[in-house]
Every structure is written in structure tokens, then in C-alpha cells.
Design a protein around this ligand. Structure first.
Ligand code: FAD
Length: 194
């Protein structure tokens, strides 16, 4: 499979006539409330060139509706958006990668485990499946899962990203047995990179 990237088709729209500016990559330039340089025109989705995934376009549509009709304007957040890659094995991911954390100079610990290590993974006969959480034992920075149900499992972590006591939830939550979600109780507080 080859991913060739996205290219906006804005060049033949005569967009200047609407007084809308494009950015340097020819995407529609939007500001903090998703308004364009023409205050009567708003833009969402792939054409703004940020997070080009359906759930982001849907979120942006709700924010724009709010911002058009309400004085209580909402900003859009383009960071820490979860995504799934529906390959075999499936990938689920949210938050920062190790590369991003290193670049930002944020120190972090790695906790990792494998799906066959929880009861359900064993019962299912899973031979592989990898879960990695990047954190500082208080805050969770990112989570990356490859394997069975990764696209669903990642949502256990989505609400915890950026929460100050996010890591503690694994100590306090009771997970139904036997589920793949129990894998989060099998995470050592810190482990070496494999
Ligand atoms: C192969 C592939 C797989 C993907 N898989 C996923 C996935 O699994 N999960 C996920 O979240 N996202 C996925 N995406 C991304 C997702 O499709 C887009 O992020 C999402 O559709 C963006 O919505 P949009 O409304 O901005 O644009 P679109 O859905 O592309 O809608 C734009 C519409 O505008 C129309 N249009 C274009 N130019 C003009 C014009 N001049 N006049 C009138 N109409 C025009 C187009 O025909 C189109 O109907 C995938 C994308 C691709 C290409």
C-alpha cells in the first residue's frame, strides 16, 4: 500500500473572488474560530489542511455551527485527535508519539505490554498485539496500539489524554473480566523499550 498524501483542489475555484486567503500549501486559511479571511465564510474538513479525517470534519462542523449562531465562540483543537488504521493488524493511536515528545523536550516513561497477556487475549489465542503508553506517571501523553480491536481499545485512553491524574485510573478502575480492555491493568508503571 502506498500513501501518496493529500493535495487541495483549490487552484481552480477562483477563491480570490470571495476574498478568501489560502495558506502556503494552498489550503483554505482559517483562524481560531474556523472563520476564513472573509468573516462571512467559514471552512471545515480536509480543505483546511489540518487533521484530514472524518471525525475531525464532523467536530469542526459542530464548532462552526456554534460559532455562527452563538456569542460563546469555541476554538477548535487540532492536537491529540485519535485515529485508527484499518489494516491487518489494526492500529489505534492517540496523543503524542515518542518522536514528538523528544522533539518537544518532554521527558516520559514507556509502559508497554502485549494483548496475549490478558485473559481474553489468551482465550482468543492471540499471538500478537502491542500496547504502548507514554506518560510521566501522572499525565498520559500518548497511546499506541497494534492488534486485535485496537480501533476500539484506544478509546479507553482518549478521555485520559492531558488529564493530570490520567495514569491513576488504571489503579482504580475495575474492568469487566474477561475483556481485552483488562490489558490496561497489565501495564507496568515503566518498562524498557523492546
Ligand atoms: C482512501 C481514503 C480512506 C480514508 N479513510 C478514512 C477513515 O478510515 N477514517 C477517517 O476518519 N477518514 C478517512 N479518510 C479521510 C476522510 O475521507 C476525509 O477526511 C473526510 O471525507 C473529509 O470530509 P470533507 O467533507 O472535508 O471532504 P469530502 O468528504 O472529500 O467532501 C468534499 C465534497 O466536496 C465535493 N467538491 C469538491 N470540489 C467541489 C466543487 N468545486 N464544487 C462542488 N463540490 C465539490 C466533493 O465531490 C466531495 O463530495 C479517508 C480518505 C481517503 C481518500
Amino acid at each position: 500500500m502506498i500513501g501518496t498524501g493529500f493535495k487541495p483542489n483549490t487552484d481552480f475555484l477562483n477563491i480570490e473572488a470571495a476574498k478568501i486567503n489560502l495558506d502556503e500549501r494552498q489550503y483554505v486559511k482559517v483562524y481560531e474560530y474556523l472563520e476564513t479571511s472573509n468573516p462571512h465564510i467559514w471552512a471545515i474538513g480536509d480543505v483546511v489542511g489540518k487533521q484530514q479525517i472524518t471525525h475531525m470534519a464532523l467536530r469542526e462542523s459542530k464548532i462552526v455551527l456554534n460559532n455562527i449562531f452563538s456569542d460563546n465562540k469555541r476554538r477548535v483543537q487540532f492536537e491529540d485527535i485519535p485515529f485508527a488504521v484499518f489494516t491487518e493488524p489494526i492500529i489505534g493511536s492517540v496523543g503524542k508519539t515518542e518522536e514528538q515528545l523528544k522533539k518537544s523536550g518532554i521527558s516520559y516513561k514507556i509502559s508497554q505490554t502485549e494483548l496475549p497477556r490478558c485473559s481474553r487475549g489468551y482465550i482468543m489465542g492471540l499471538k500478537r498485539g502491542y500496547v504502548k503508553i507514554l506518560h510521566n506517571q501522572k499525565e498520559i501523553f500518548g497511546c499506541h496500539i497494534i492488534g486485535e480491536d485496537a480501533d476500539n481499545l484506544i478509546h479507553e485512553i482518549v478521555p485520559l489524554i492531558g488529564q493530570f491524574n490520567g495514569w491513576e485510573i488504571f489503579l482504580n478502575t475495575i474492568y469487566a473480566h474477561p475483556t481485552l480492555s483488562e490489558i490496561f491493568t497489565r501495564l507496568p508503571p515503566e518498562s524498557k523499550v523492546l
